[in-house]
Design a binder for this molecule. Structure first.
Ligand code: G3H
Ligand code: 13P
Ligand code: ZN
Length: 349
């Protein structure tokens, strides 16, 4: 199957009532781990690359690795997504390269740190939507600001400082025509999300539910959705790591989100933890080893296990064969003739 649009994956997920994990990659082994997990669980999949990943791997390597994945796993619907685009130019270059969807994160200014105004966010996101849809490419916008900071990207803070206002979410969806909407409901990027064990709800589920009620057909996106499992933290620390005690987003909260309109769930940190733990283990237990395959193979297997587990938990498992690919050219026609809606359905308060 050729690379498909994230919009198609999310439309199908909405029909089926499940969520789709979007997993970050920087290299070949991470792509391999995700594709093997998708094959193992028969899942459609979104693979995403941040600006940092593009700089690390170089665009052409990333793109051709993705083409190889699509070629090797023709049965798996696979979308290539830009994570946290910071400007029109970043999104434009991703689209020119061959990404099948982009995130324009206009919640922050182009420096990736300073919260933007609502008007600035609408303006840049609308510009990306116009450019992208003409070319059949889907766009994710963000309203509200996540906490945490990754690789210099993010506003910092706890995740509860700039949560999404439901009225603004409605206005933003109407003014921009985005295909999916990332919302801030208390999550943050990275390993250090919560400082104590969650007892009951850690996220602002009331807000999520309110937004979903107003925008019942809009695909919602949850960033910062790693669960930061204790066993993965323990492996790292057992083999010489120095992670501080921390908690992530409980999977049950994500599942509640999926029941309330969440269709795309972003996970990076859990995979970083799995890879690092597996490599540390080999280094400590077999310090004589120096062939990178001796530690990259267990690292890749550890990531595959995390991804396959999430695919089952998010409900995408078993759905790879439900549909055939719509070409990007046909997606462009769909946006132009209105069969692919860009006007959100808005329910009364
Ligand atoms: O949004 C953050 C993702 O985990 C990507 O992180 O910017 O360090 O590649 P990165
Ligand atoms: P985590 O840091 O929780 O894995 O979140 C990743 C993310 O939101 C990427 O956009
Ligand atoms: Zn994110």
């Amino acid at each position: 199957m050729p690379l498909v649009s994230t919009r198609q994956l999310l439309d199908e997920a909405a029909k089926g009532g499940y969520g789709v994990g979007a997993f970050n990659v920087n290299d070949m082994e991470q792509i391999q781990a995700i594709m093997e997990a998708a094959k193992e669980t028969n899942s459609p999949v979104i693979i995403q690359a941040s600006r940092g990943a593009r700089a690390f791997a170089q665009d052409n390597y990333l793109y051709h690795l993705m083409l190889a994945a699509a070629e090797l796993y023709p049965q798996i619907p696979l979308a290539m997504h830009l994570d946290h685009g910071n400007s029109f130019e970043t999104c434009e270059s991703a689209i020119k390269l061959g990404f099948t969807s982009v995130m324009m994160d206009g919640s922050l200014k182009a420096d990736g740190k300073t919260p933007a105004t609502f008007a600035e966010n609408v303006e840049v996101t609308r510009k990306v939507v116009d450019y992208a849809h003409e070319r059949g490419i889907a766009v994710e916008g963000e309203i509200g600001v996540l906490g945490g900071i990754e690789d210099g990207h993010g506003a910092g803070g706890s995740g509860l400082e700039h949560v999404t206002d439901p009225d603004q979410a409605v206005e933003f969806a109407e003014l921009t025509g985005v295909d999916s909407l990332a919302i801030a409901i208390g999550t943050s990027h990275g390993a250090y999300k919560f400082t104590k064990k969650p007892d009951g709800s850690v996220l602002k589920m009331d807000l999520l539910i309110a937004i979903h009620k107003r925008l019942p057909k809009t695909h919602l996106v949850m960033h910062g959705s790693s669960s930061v499992p204790k066993d993965l933290q323990d492996i790292i620390n057992q083999y010489g790591g120095k992670l501080k005690e921390t908690w992530g987003v409980p999977v049950e909260e994500i599942q509640l989100g999926i029941k309330n309109g969440v269709r795309k769930i972003n996970v990076d940190t859990d995979n970083r933890l799995a890879i690092t733990g597996a490599i540390r283990k080999v280094f400590v237990e077999n310090p004589e080893k120096f062939d990178p395959r001796d530690y990259m193979k267990p690292a890749r297997a550890a990531m595959q296990k995390v991804v396959a587990t999430r695919m089952v938990q998010f409900g995408q498992a078993g759905h790879a064969g439900d549909y055939t690919a719509i070409s990007i050219a046909d997606m462009a026609k769909g946006y132009a003739n209105g069969t692919l809606s860009t006007k959100p359905l808005v329910a009364a308060r």
